[in-house]
Design a protein around this ligand. Structure first.
Ligand code: SF4
Length: 317
């Protein structure tokens, strides 16, 4: 992460793209650029339409104010149970493990999230762990963020150990883009720690396009798979990235070949600054229909939307 590209001009230079005259610099100040070299190396040099580039390149489109696109589109702040825990759904509690991410995705639904007020990391997660210990209905803990795998192996080990010490917790779900962004983060020690857990461990990777998955990503995923860890993928339907049945079929095929189940295709959360990624829901339904015609059923993700305050994601098609 220390070597990551941290400015729009560096990213453009790296890819042989001309400097832009739009106001992307102002945009990138609000939500800074962060692109690891490992991911940047999968972007086609000189191609402004590259589907990975579109996910990480700030543009003046982010300055467009669209009605309905707001700071907290999924009601995270209303679900804040204190101590860095978001408790939205029955049986599951989410720990905002860390504010850092291995890549800054321009469509991120938490791009305006007040991480500094919501992580209990500085207190070694004691408030979060106590909250979960006191609620016997919680049998699944999600580690999210930011990206929980930005923690060191030691910090993660301590956190997982504390969660394992709560008898009513049976499952651990880790939401991370690190296997995609910097696949070498999936170290043998990390794999071993997760494999040793008494909890049933699920890792949800977040890939949106088949180009994100190269040989190194495949090796990282295979290491997790061999260790008996269950793997799911979530994608966001993004205009100009994956709003095409062939593109999503290629992604699903790559995922199932690696033993990762395509789990959700999310309708974009309406966060301020991301309206240019919006895909019409009717178009999304059409794409899902085309995927059903070409893939085995288990390779077709559930097309869902999240409405703030609802008890689950809402299926669209
Ligand atoms: S990795 Fe996830 S939380 Fe981090 S910027 Fe990307 S979408 Fe947002």
């Amino acid at each position: 992460m220390k070597r990551a590209i941290r400015s729009q001009s560096h990213l453009r230079r790296f890819l042989g793209l001309p400097e832009s005259r739009d106001s992307s610099a102002n945009v990138a100040e609000r939500f800074p650029t962060f692109v690891p070299l490992e991911l940047a190396s999968r972007i086609r040099p000189g191609d402004p339409g590259d589907p990975i580039l579109r996910q990480v390149l700030a543009t003046s489109d982010e300055l467009v104010e669209q009605p309905g696109f707001i700071d907290d589109p999924v009601g995270d702040l209303d679900a804040d149970a204190g101590g860095g825990v978001l408790h939205k759904y029955a049986g599951r509690a989410l720990i905002v493990t860390h504010g850092a991410c291995a890549v800054h995705c321009r469509y991120c639904f938490r791009r305006e999230f007040p991480y500094s007020q919501n992580s209990s990391r500085l207190q070694y997660w004691a408030p979060a762990v106590e909250y979960i210990r006191s609620d016997a209905s919680v049998d699944e803990v999600l580690l999210s963020g930011g990206d929980p795998l930005t923690l060191t192996d030691g910090a993660l080990d301590r956190l997982v150990g504390r969660i394992e010490s709560i008898p009513h917790v049976r499952r651990l779900r880790i939401h991370t883009r690190l296997p995609i962004a910097i696949p070498q983060r999936i170290t043998p020690d990390l794999v071993d720690r997760l494999a040793r857990s008494r909890l049933s461990v699920w890792v949800v990777i977040h890939a949106n396009h088949a180009n994100e998955i190269d040989e190194n990503v495949g090796s990282a995923i295979s290491a997790l798979k061999r260790a008996g860890i269950s793997l799911l993928n979530q994608s966001v339907l993004l205009s100009g990235v994956n709003d095409d049945a062939k593109v999503l079929a290629d992604l699903s095929t790559k995922l199932i070949n690696l033993g990762v189940q395509p789990y959700y295709l999310h309708q974009l959360d309406q966060v301020r600054g991301a309206s240019h990624f919006w895909v019409d829901i009717e178009r999304g339904k059409q794409i899902i229909g085309e995927l059903r015609d070409s893939l085995p059923g288990y390779a077709v993700p559930k097309y869902v939307i999240e409405h703030a305050g609802e008890k689950s994601k809402t299926p669209i098609a």
